[in-house]
Design a binder for this molecule. Sequence first.
Ligand code: ADP
Ligand code: MG
Length: 301
Amino acid sequence: MKIGILSEDKNLYSTRRLIEASKEKGHEVRVINTLRCYMNITSKSPTIHYRGENLEDFDAIIPRIGHSISFYGASVVRQFEMMHVFCLNESVAITRARDKLRSLQLLSRKGVGMPITGFAHSPDDIDDLIKMVGGPPLVIKLLEGTHGIGVVLAETKSAATSVIEAFLGLKVNIMLQEYIKESNGADIRCFVIGNKVVGSIIRQAIPGEFRSNLHRGGTGIKTKLTPIERKTAVEAAKIMGLNVAGVDILRSKRGPLVMEVNASPGLKGVEEVTGKNIASLIIEFIEDNSKPGKTKTRGKG
Ligand code: ADP
Ligand code: MG
């Protein structure tokens, strides 16, 4: 097969591992810098151009779209879909996952457990919103944050009110969330491929920090999921329409709560901690599923 990896840097751990796994399985693989793709969307036969060349004949595309280029990245993926190339994760699903609120709305519609979450636009509604999510301590999040940046724990009502006012004043979208204290600064990253969790790790925040992101100094430890956690992770990925996803779950008194679903989950933490060859499992999924034009939305989304 001819596999294309959309990535901004071929030296990133995940990209490197996907290249290795593709080669090991005898595939032709090429890294395509997402931002260097330009597209002809005016003709009936959509094309993608790259440094003067017409990109053709790919059997599958692995999108590794960084958060800072979500908009352009999703358009490039959509263009490949319009060319009937199998994309490991579809553009619509990637776009959905990038918006935390939209993701939670979709998950809630299907009854997936999640922390109580509120959303408002007007500063006049802050008081009621704080009450709605159960009062302080509570977590305030930027809708499009990542790596724990833009996630604040407000211990008191006055802290919460000032942070919310500051964010709203900056015209950024935020959501308020019940703080799940009993998770003790830990969450579970479930790596889902298709309808299976292929690896899971607990991420534990450093002392004095509630955010467990590895980018915030958190450490990963291998963990075994309960059947309900496994089921929740697979279901969340499915609802989002992602073939490959990193589903983040908090362990709470009332069971597993989904916090977010990542569309380009990193391989480093999960491979290093579990010792599993996740990259190879991703390539196997592509081997089994990539049929031209199999993309469900065909780029209509
Ligand atoms: P990001 O997209 O920036 O990673 P998250 O929503 O995943 O944002 O939050 C970052 C971290 O903060 C999580 O991994 C978790 O450890 C902690 N966290 C987030 N929301 C809550 C919550 N409602 N209760 C307890 N801890 C939380
Ligand atoms: Mg996260």
